[in-house]
Design a protein around this ligand. Structure first.
Ligand code: HH2
Length: 282
């Protein structure tokens, strides 16, 4: 299992959607055996945490029942948790509790409401910001000051979690959750404001729609999900440079490499001499 306090780089969380309808990989890892195989692949690629989800939160996604979510998630958590740290991506209290009993040690909560469960179970908690629910969130998102509003909401939830005794807290701006392209870019530009709260920051941009729009070719057609790796890596690298402690990604191997490069470059501190003085090869 990876050392979560590795000084070389920030953490990489691999996305494992055991769902038929996730926006980028829906259906690929729907059956438990396929999901478990994919999880082992991510472990081999260097994932520090594997984030197991059984309900899509993409815009317009439909809710699944507790029983169905448990059926999707639990076998995967049980099989992978002896090998890697597992987070469970859920907004349901009962699913979070069952996943923790099956071996998960982190609750990835896009509703930012489950801190009492994390406190009761003695596990970590990720509070993600969203405006609205998946059914409606992209209809007409509005903020006066998106960075300040997201920071204030997350700081308030994190304060409640501290008070409740949650042992490990992460905050996440919720890229794409009730946000326009411009809101997403403002949040990435203002990540230092979240970092300044003193809480650990997680960022998830991987393959998201705004990267498709930004990566449109000369014909103006948005880059499809399969062609969003450059944007995913660029934004993950940006987030890590701004001080995020973890990125949530589909492409683990490539992101681990990017995170290592950011970590190593960061360790060099300030530039002090001419490149001619170094022994850098070509
Ligand atoms: N994004 C998604 C789901 N869960 N959790 C956190 N903490 N941060 C995120 O940005 C985040 C998240 C959406 O992406 P994905 O899991 O790939 O798709 P889907 O929700 O369709 O399963």
């Amino acid at each position: 299992m990876s050392d979560a306090t590795s000084a070389d780089r920030a953490l990489v969380m691999g996305i494992l959607n055991a769902t038929p309808d996730s926006f980028s990989d829906g259906g690929s890892w729907f059956h438990s055996e396929q999901a478990i195989m994919k999880g082992h692949e991510m472990i081999a690629e260097g994932a520090d945490i594997v984030d197991v989800g059984g309900e899509s939160s993409r815009p317009g996604a439909v809710e699944v029942s507790v029983d169905e979510e448990l059926r999707r998630v639990l076998p995967v958590v049980e099989a992978l948790s002896p090998h890697v740290r597992i987070s469970v991506d859920t907004v349901k209290e009962s699913v979070a509790e069952a996943a923790v009993a099956a071996g998960a040690t982190l609750i990835n909560d896009v509703s930012a409401t489950l801190w009492p469960v994390a406190a009761r179970c003695g596990v970590g908690w990720i509070a993600m910001h969203r405006q609205g629910t998946p059914a409606t969130m992209q209809e007409d998102p509005y903020y006066d000051d998106v960075v300040a509003e997201v920071r204030d909401m997350l700081a308030a939830r994190a304060a409640s979690a501290v008070e409740a005794g949650v042992p490990e807290i992460w905050i996440d701006p919720g890229i794409g959750f009730g946000k326009t392209l411009d809101h997403n870019l403002q949040l990435l530009a203002g990540l230092d404001v979240l970092v300044a709260t003193g809480h650990r920051v997680l960022v998830g941009t991987s393959r998201k729609g705004f990267l498709g729009a930004l990566g449109a070719g000369p014909d103006g057609v948005a880059a499809p999900v399969t062609e969003r790796l450059p944007g995913s890596l660029a934004t993950a690298t940006w987030a890590l440079q701004q001080g995020a402690g973890m990125v949530r990604v589909h492409d683990v191997a490539a992101t681990v490499q990017a995170a290592l490069l950011v970590g190593r470059a960061g360790h060099h501190g300030e530039y002090t001499g001419s490149m001619l003085d170094t022994e850098v090869g070509t």
